[in-house]
Design a protein. Structure first.
Length: 284
């Protein structure tokens, strides 16, 4: 599969792992507004966009075929205005702004983009909504704007729904309610998310789950080391697994034990997107 890296640092070591590189000319920002320009960077007729903290444990070619024919494919679920739900702000208010009775509540760590006029219209509209961010009463994110509610409103205006593919395509551990079992070298990934067993091809280590120092990031650190030893240094998979386990196995065991006892992760960021904290900060 041909892969492209979009980055503002074309000399970073990660470029060696990609077939082509697209340089970001506008400069990075601490918030997520750059994602609202994905249509201008997507290089293929069908582009599967992934956040850099997503880890593929199985081949992802089949993920393309899980989506329906929508011009923009997002993983999540639709929420309605009458559900009294909070997601970066009041969902009912966002529905009114979009002129619909529903909203595709999605995680933008995975987006399937078709190179169509409709896709361009969705992202252009999302960029327009940036100017109404405060007016819409949306919570700040990393001191700036969150892309997901703006993208959701733009999708709703085009009649594009979220697709319930979390169990198979991509899932974050946010809302985890059972032990996390992941082995990138053998293709294993299973955990309970809000009481539902998922086995995604991609695990998106969002928020604290990609932390370099918090307990919630232990599995990410372990898998990152195992992949580095195996893929970069050429160590046998078994050796890489053992070495990574020796380094981070105790932390992973502590995390899973905490989950079994408490039922949620230590410093669980599950409520980051549903409660009004000023400002909202997410560790990477």
């Amino acid at each position: 599969m041909h892969r492209t890296l979009v980055t503002d640092d074309v000399r970073c070591v990660a470029t060696k792992a990609y077939d082509s590189v697209i340089k970001i000319e506008t400069g990075q920002s601490d918030d997520c507004r750059l994602k609202l320009s994905l249509d201008t960077y997507a290089p293929y007729p069908r582009t599967l966009y992934l956040d850099a903290d997503a880890l593929a444990v199985r081949p992802i070619e089949p993920v393309f075929d899980l989506f329906d024919s929508s011009d923009v494919g997002v993983v999540g679920r639709d929420v309605t205005a009458d559900q009294d739900e909070i997601w970066y702000g009041d969902v009912a208010s966002m529905c009114r702004a979009a002129g619909t009775g529903w909203l595709p509540k999605c995680n933008s760590g995975l987006i399937l983009l078709h190179a169509t006029d409709a896709t361009g219209q969705v992202f252009a509209r999302a960029r327009e909504l940036v100017n109404q961010y405060s007016e819409l009463g949306l919570h700040t994110f990393r001191g700036g704007i969150a892309d997901e509610p703006l993208l959701a409103m733009a999708l709703a205006e085009q009649g594009i729904h979220a697709q319930d593919l979390t169990a198979l395509a991509s899932a974050t551990p946010i809302g985890i309610s059972g032990p996390l079992r992941v082995n990138a070298l053998t293709g294993a990934c299973t955990f309970a998310k809000q009481g539902i067993e998922v086995e995604p091809a991609l695990i998106h280590f969002a928020a604290d789950y990609s932390s370099d120092y918090r307990l919630a990031g232990a599995h990410y650190r372990r898998e990152r080391l195992a992949l580095h030893l195996s893929q970069r240094l050429g160590a046998p998979d078994r050796t890489a697994r053992i070495a990574a386990g020796l380094r981070y196995g105790l932390q992973c065991a502590a995390f899973n034990t905490w989950i079994r006892i408490v039922g949620r992760a230590p410093r669980d960021p599950s409520d980051f997107f549903s409660t009004a904290k000023q400002p909202l900060e997410v560790s990477q």
